[in-house]
Design a protein around this ligand. Structure first.
Ligand code: ZN
Length: 310
């Protein structure tokens, strides 16, 4: 039994035919024009037609970055794709003649990782996706948790620092201002600005503009500022996970996203920070903190599997 999973990103549409073991049988990739939301549905329909040629496809699951309503059909708001109340499910379904479900992309990734990746066999999972910001997805009692209106699991916008850094969401002190790719860069830039003598490797590599890759490379070469930026990042990551555990008591956290490629520079310290801050520590089992296994495929695999369970 085959379904198609589609992952709509800010710059591209990735799609794959997926079997019921979470294996991608065939996949394809198209660029998207972010300023033409009407064309995104056409692009999705296009890739679905291409992938279903000569195959019996049961349904299509689409993961999109944005607030997807609780009926999994309308994207209420997508900051990067200019969608407002976009009836994506109906549009695509009408074009391809197959059942379609729409899901928030972080939810689709969380589901893919839980079912077929690092969370296999786990029933209570918190996925933390470390990209520019922090994305999240929750699986509880073996089911994806969406919240009442489909807007749950916005983990990056928990306020961890009252009076802290302003966030793009309009609030201040959000978790993603301290433990995301963007936060890592901000921290390293600030530290390098105030103590350039401790950032000689980093400043040498960056040549004026410090970004994530330079910070990672500089940290590997022992640059003090880069290491301190990662240490701060790790401490905040552990703090946020401890807060989440206080509320949700998961069996495991799955840490993924682009920044997790540098996990060797922060994951051990994040585990220590988590253990040191956990409510009831010493009297409860410690949740596992695992690295995501499926990489960029998680969204496609998860969306395809969610389409199977419509
Ligand atoms: Zn925020």
């Amino acid at each position: 039994m085959l379904t198609i999973g589609v992952d709509i990103g800010g710059t591209k549409v990735a799609a794959g035919v997926v079997d019921d073991q979470g294996k991608i049988v065939e996949h394809t990739l198209r660029p998207t024009a972010a300023d033409r939301p009407d064309l995104v549905a056409d692009t999705v329909a296009d890739v679905v037609r291409e992938l279903s040629a000569g195959r019996r496809i049961e349904a299509v699951g689409v993961g999109a970055a944005g607030f997807v309503d609780e009926t999994r059909s309308v994207v209420r708001f997508a900051p990067n794709l200019a969608w407002r109340e976009e009836p994506l499910q109906k549009k695509i379904s009408d074009m391809v003649g197959l059942p379609v479900v729409i899901e928030n992309d972080a939810n689709a990734m969380a589901w893919g990782e839980t079912r077929f990746g690092a969370g296999r066999g786990q029933s209570h999972v918190v996925c933390v996706t470390l990209g520019t910001g922090i994305g999240g997805g929750l699986v509880f009692d073996g089911a994806l948790f969406r919240g009442r209106w489909g807007m749950g699991a916005e983990l990056g916008h928990m306020q961890v620092q009252p009076g802290g850094r302003p966030c793009g969401c309009g609030n201040i002190g959000c978790w993603e201002q301290y433990a995301s790719g963007q936060a890592l860069v901000k921290e390293a830039r600030e530290l390098a600005g105030t103590e350039p003598e401790r950032a000689s490797v980093l400043l040498g590599l960056a040549g004026g503009r410090i970004d994530g890759e330079e910070i990672t490379e500089a940290a590997r070469r022992g640059d003090e500022v880069a290491l301190r930026a990662f240490a701060s990042f790790a401490d905040w990551l552990g703090q946020g996970m401890a807060d989440l555990a206080a509320v949700l008591d998961p069996g495991c956290f799955i840490v993924g996203g682009g920044v997790s490629r540098a996990a060797d520079l922060f994951i051990d310290r994040a585990r220590e920070s988590f253990a040191a801050r956990l409510t009831g520590r010493g009297h409860r089992p410690l949740a596992d903190i695992r690295l995501a296994e499926l990489g960029a495929a998680a969204g496609v695999v998860g969306a395809a599997d969610l389409a199977r369970q419509r």
